[in-house]
Design a protein around this ligand. Sequence first.
Ligand code: HEC
Length: 97
Amino acid sequence: MRSFISSSFNVAMLAAGLSLPLAVTAETPDGHALYQENCTSCHGSEVFTRDDRKITSMDALASQVRLCEQNLGLTWFDDEIDSVVTLLNQEYYHFSD
Ligand code: HEC
């Protein structure tokens, strides 16, 4: 009986340990959806492609996304910021780092 309890405890611990990375993967933020829902009311993509655009580096892009996000009163996590930064870089800015 004693060994039955301890082995089912181990199985439970193993299951808990395995479910953690799956949960993280399932919750990877969708940058496209975040952008569409929150970022299209003031400016469209023309601000990213205009000749005199302000953003000239990956760092500046990350800072600007954070600024606009904070101005909106959103409370995005870093991975949500990252997913939108990655999206904008892939679609418009094309910085290499
Ligand atoms: C409340 C209005 C508003 C919303 C909503 C908004 N922005 Fe902005 N955004 C601005 C303004 C104003 C500028 C500066 C435009 C300028 O300098 O002419 C700007 C500029 C930017 C730029 C820099 C463009 C350049 O010059 O290269 C980026 C990138 C950007 N916004 C991203 C975002 C993202 C991502 C979101 C969603 C989280 C967002 N914005 C939502 C107002 C907004």
